[in-house]
Design a protein around this ligand. Structure first.
Ligand SMILES: NC(=O)C1=CN([C@@H]2O[C@H](COP(=O)(O)OP(=O)(O)OC[C@H]3O[C@@H](n4cnc5c(N)ncnc54)[C@H](OP(=O)(O)O)[C@@H]3O)[C@@H](O)[C@H]2O)C=CC1
Ligand SMILES: CC(C)(CO)C(=O)C(=O)O
Length: 299
């Protein structure tokens, strides 16, 4: 089997490098020739949590069109980058797909694709791209997988890898899994992006802790059904586990790229508002970040 990872960014390189330690062939798709050449020359260099370095060779291609028939695809681009991929993915209806994005907006879109087999994933770990071929693992956490349709065994191989640093957890309901992760991101991503701090720093100040706690109380009031599966401790635990990570939203913000605010925070605010609830603290952060994003564009 050929495991194709589309997008050689933080998560794509990290996941590809772990899978490349198995007997499976791993092909990474980078749309930039320059990055493709660097990956071919250097492999993926992974900085582990304990600061050791691991180098894994992978195949590298710049387009999806030539992948072999025995492939499965892991889509590891940002939400906004998905739309440019849908056309090429649509030409491969028999190839199973796994979407790795944070947020909610891609869920419905993915279901309109002709793909027979679709899975979704929620990453509870952190990754940071250090250069075009080097990635740092920033926090051990599970890779949650949920089957949506088609062949439910297509990604069983990930579980069978039994990788200590990439534990796989199977979830029953893909949409709920994505919603649950979007809520977790709401506590961490906007605040880290606005304050330009790493995830763990949110716990170091009583002020940021109070903001996280207020958001938690407001979210539980709006979505009381999640209380059993999402405690404030779960939020703090994710901050601790990924304490050295620069959240994906802060990374986008620092690089003046569009953030995933709308598919994560905007989508949660909209769900709450459909129930007649507003989330004042989260909404304030949302609007603040929108203003900062706009002023950043002008800089
Ligand atoms: N980083 C993290 O710690 C975590 C991230 N996530 C989620 O994972 C997803 C990916 O995030 P992350 O890895 O951080 O993002 P990155 O921006 O680091 O990676 C995305 C990569 O996809 C590449 N890409 C974009 N379009 C294409 C294309 N058409 N073909 C091939 N490659 C393409 C980009 O290339 P280029 O840069 O050249 O545009 C980039 O290298 C996001 O939804 C994020 O929210 C989830 C948990 C943790
Ligand atoms: C898990 C976490 C919070 C890691 O930073 C993440 O999902 C992100 O950065 O988007």
């Amino acid at each position: 089997m050929n495991v194709v990872v589309v997008g050689a960014g933080a998560i794509g390189m990290l996941v590809a490098s772990f899978i490349a330690e198995s007997s499976y062939k791993v092909t990474v798709i980078s749309k930039r020739e320059e990055q493709a050449n660097l990956l071919k020359a250097n492999g993926i260099v992974r900085k582990n949590l304990n600061q050791t370095i691991r180098i894994n060779e992978v195949e590298v291609m710049t387009e999806l069109s030539n992948i072999s028939k025995d492939s499965v695809i892991i889509v590891a681009v940002k939400y906004a980058q998905l739309k440019d991929l849908y056309a090429s993915i649509s030409t491969l209806p028999d190839v199973p797909l796994l979407f790795i994005q944070n947020g909610l907006a891609h869920y419905e879109e993915a279901l309109t694709l002709p793909q027979k087999t679709i899975f979704f994933c929620s990453c509870q770990f952190g990754a940071q791209k250090l250069n075009d071929y080097t990635v740092a693992h920033r926090g051990k956490g599970s890779m949650k997988l949920a089957f949506e349709r088609g062949n439910h065994e297509a990604f069983d191989f990930l579980q069978q890898l039994q990788l200590d640093l990439l534990p796989i957890q199977i979830e029953e309901n893909a949409e709920y899994m994505l919603f649950h992760k979007a809520l977790l991101n709401c506590f961490i991503n906007p605040l880290t992006a606005i304050l330009k701090v790493k995830n763990g720093q949110l716990l170091e100040s009583s002020h940021t802790f109070n903001i996280v706690e207020s958001m938690y109380n407001e979210i539980i009031l709006a979505f009381p059904e999640v209380k059993g599966t999402l405690s404030l401790e779960d939020v703090l635990d994710l901050c601790r586990k990924t304490s050295t990570n620069t959240s994906s939203m802060l990374t986008d913000f620092l690089q003046h790229r569009p953030t995933e605010m709308d598919t994560i925070v905007g989508a949660v605010i909209e769900r709450a508002s459909r129930r007649g609830s507003n989330l004042p603290t989260l909404s304030t952060l949302y609007h603040l970040l929108k203003v900062l994003e706009k002023s950043g564009e002008k800089m």
